[in-house]
Design a protein around this ligand. Sequence first.
Ligand code: AMP
Length: 280
Amino acid sequence: MQILTTIDDFRTARANARATGSLGLVPTMGHLHDGHLELVRHASAANGTVAVSIFVNPTQFGPDEDMLTYPRDVERDRVLLEEVGCDLLFYPPVEEMYPTGGVDIQVVPGKLAAVLEGVSRPGHFRGVATVVAKLFNIVQPERAYFGQKDGQQLVVIRQMVRDLDFPVEIVAVPTVREPDGLAMSSRNTYLSPDERSAATVLYRALMRAQELHLDGEHDAEVLRAAMSDVLASEPLAAVDYVSVADPETLEELVLVDSQAMVSLAVRIGGTRLIDNVLLA
Ligand code: AMP
């Protein structure tokens, strides 16, 4: 695996990789877990070359968020990526991506970024869309892999690719979970043992909605209320939102008559966790 820390060096390595067919990109913020590695496995199965980026992007964090404390362990990440078949690791310092401290021209998502995560995290998807656009221009992948875990991010990126005509196929990878259902996340490392047990309430709430839907419940408000009841049973959980939305427009549904994305954001102590499931 080659490790490239500058855009120029990455472009040279990318040019040499062209002979090996398509390139699949997995953008990450590092501190890798099996969820990230599953994206790399998918990329490896479908492309001659796999590139992973590790970049804790300052512009997608709000002023009161965890940018400085976000967990980092690039040496461990390097070993994991070697094992799973990554060819090119793009690991730029902040000054390489933002030489003047930021960018004047940004990618600004519209209504898709105004709901759900966008309410609690204004500016988040602008930062995400801008850095993903930069990564697409630097890496020039044929395919890019994103986790269903961050369901709204996936919807925003798909729309950006459609609206701005990026020649990139976006591939969604199902959420990888711990044995008790908790979605793997770099932020799970913040949880104390008590909080870690309490955090299973997110998955239990999602499963309650899924069961009701399988039993024939189509009223979205009944599903939201059932999830809220499960979350209310956990004293350490403070709910940010529960949502039953159209998986493409992210508009809240009244009736679940075809597909839906059921999602939630919950604070467990000081840690904000998100998760979702798709109902078909
Ligand atoms: P992050 O490092 O948190 O920015 O995540 C990088 C990519 O990994 C994103 O596309 C995430 O959606 C994806 N990802 C994170 N956690 C999981 C998970 N548990 N299962 C599948 N994909 C994930």
